[in-house]
Design a binder for this molecule. Structure first.
Ligand SMILES: [Zn+2]
Ligand SMILES: [Zn+2]
Ligand SMILES: [Zn+2]
Ligand SMILES: [Zn+2]
Length: 249
């Protein structure tokens, strides 16, 4: 970048780096605006978060999730306590240490033999130490925890949606690759030369260029041949010519 231009750019975007154009590490087809993540495009961030937070979309879901997680955790502890393998024995020991900590102050062996209801979290354990009646009847901690998680995630979700309005991610028509020189066929993993220094594949390796609507984004000539029957007539003709003159290398 020319010095004057660089200076101008710095004034405009003081926090932007001069790293080569950053393409999303997930989809590799979108130039990231870095609003939500420095290495992923906003679309992919949203997709990932939706998956990660799917258990907290409503208060009800959050409560179900906490209830289920607690149940599974207790079942696991009971299994581990049997100590059938050395690993089980070791892991139970680790949990025993965990629950002995100051915040919990719990004896896991005793919990299994006598108490049988594990506090929800350290706050619940504290209440139980103060009042043994807290568990199980008087404990509303699962609901408290579920509500807290639900509120936390819905708040984060709102913030993300707000940021998303300022999104400047740019979708590229071409599939971007990691290296200046090479990428790999998504079916046979053969090396494919990319368009020099631009980090885009050549049209000939792009299934879309041949009118193919398939999941793969980069294919070598040999693998493309298998899809020849699916190509539109006009494209098929050109494809045959490419093959004939050896343009796939
Ligand atoms: Zn992406
Ligand atoms: Zn409680
Ligand atoms: Zn964006
Ligand atoms: Zn191939």
């Amino acid at each position: 970048m020319k010095e004057a231009k660089k200076k101008n750019h710095l004034e405009k975007y003081p926090f932007r780096s001069f790293l080569p154009a950053a393409y999303c590490q997930d989809c590799r087809q979108v130039k990231v605006c870095k609003r939500l993540d420095s290495r992923k495009c906003c679309g992919c961030v949203i997709e990932n978060k939706t998956e990660q937070w799917k258990d907290y979309q409503t208060y009800r879901q959050s409560l179900d999730f906490e209830t289920q997680s607690k149940k599974e955790h207790e079942e696991e502890l009971r299994e581990l306590a049997k100590g059938e393998t050395a690993e089980d024995w070791f892991r139970f020991g680790e949990w025993r240490k965990f629950y002995q900590q100051k915040g919990w102050g719990l004896n896991l062996g005793q919990w299994l033999r006598i108490d049988r209801v594990l506090p929800v979290d350290s706050q619940c354990a504290k209440l139980w130490h103060q009042d043994k009646e807290h568990l199980p009847e008087n404990c509303g901690c699962l609901a408290r925890k579920a509500k807290k998680n639900f509120l936390f995630f819905s708040q984060r979700w709102r913030e993300i949606k707000k940021e998303l309005k300022k999104c400047r991610c740019v979708r590229s028509e071409k599939f971007r690759v990691e290296s200046d020189n090479w990428t790999w066929c998504e079916i046979c993993e053969k090396e494919i030369e990319v368009a020099s220094k631009k980090r885009v594949i050549k049209n000939r390796n792009d299934p879309r260029f041949w009118g193919l609507e398939i999941g793969e984004k980069v294919l070598c000539g040999d693998c493309l041949v298998r899809f020849r029957v699916k190509m539109p007539k006009s494209k098929k003709k050109e494809f045959n010519r490419y093959v004939k003159v050896g343009r796939f290398g």
